[in-house]
Design a protein around this ligand. Sequence first.
Ligand code: GAL
Length: 353
Amino acid sequence: MCATTWFKNKFLWRVIFCLTTLTTFAGKEFLPGQIWYDTDGRPIQAHGGGILTFDGTFYWYGEDRTPGLHAAVSCYSSTNLYDWKREGVALWRTNLPRVQSRPTFVERPKVIFNPHTKRFVMWMHLEQNGYHCARAGVAVSDTPTGPFTFLNSFRPVTNDFNFSNDANRQTQFGATFRDMNLFVDDDGRAYVFYAAEDNWTMYVVRLNADFTGPETPLVQNKTWARILVGAHREAPAPFKWNGKYFLITSACTGWAPNAADLAMATNILGPYQSLGNPCTGEKASLTYGAQSTFVLALPSAPGKFIFMADEWHPDNLPDSRYVWLPLMIKRDGTFSVSWRDRWDLSVFGSALR
Ligand code: GAL
């Protein structure tokens, strides 16, 4: 081989090696706030989402805001949390009901599995322009990837809390249902957490045996409860550790970021005590520009959690970004979050910080 060819080949191999390493490396990291691509190289569309862990696979569901697609909820799957394969549209907008003859859309969908019915159950905030619809929507599927069939929409708690006759018609239809999340406890009972009473007070409501509605009869402080009363919180992200229930929420400032709060309770129905903002460092008072959506408990790694949040881009919502950061357990048994430009799961190597 002549010297020039040798040099050219060596150079080529270096480029190939460098590119491969970079690609592999980049694919095995979380890059909060950057564009995240699926395994086909398309930007991931799963906003306000949550993750179902089922049979060794993670399924990420979220708002699919792909322009022109008329999708409501997307589904992606992964076995390592870094590489996400698009499974397609889990719920189509054409399957959504009209409420009082007006079309609806979906925010903050979450999915859990019911081992008795063997069905995957999706809950969502069903909404209309103006945000006065404020209902829960429920859809089911026999497979995790769907497509899900829309079942019903309603406001789970219809008690009258002396609501004034407001634009949300809470006296007539019950307390509003907006930002929400689902949580399955160790005993297999499921709960929906949601911003109620026009976002002033959060509700926790235990679900019925097939997870498609509230457990009835509704008995306050037995099957459901008002929590963070009058605190004006939304974007609930519940999780459990060491027998205690934790709940991260945001303040209510629309798409604009604000300070998060971590609350703790010994009973899932509360009372919840605020522990303050779990975020630390620069931009902690704005949750690093993002808003909570879910806390993922890493399976087979007790006490290891990922805080998932959305950096909303209200002028171009499909371009909103994902901010996932490790929730680190502190010596007092509570949690903190700090910003990282890039990180991987090895940060959980030593759990106590
Ligand atoms: C936020 C909420 C988002 C979306 C937005 C609309 O408060 O968390 O999910 O509803 O308001 O302005």
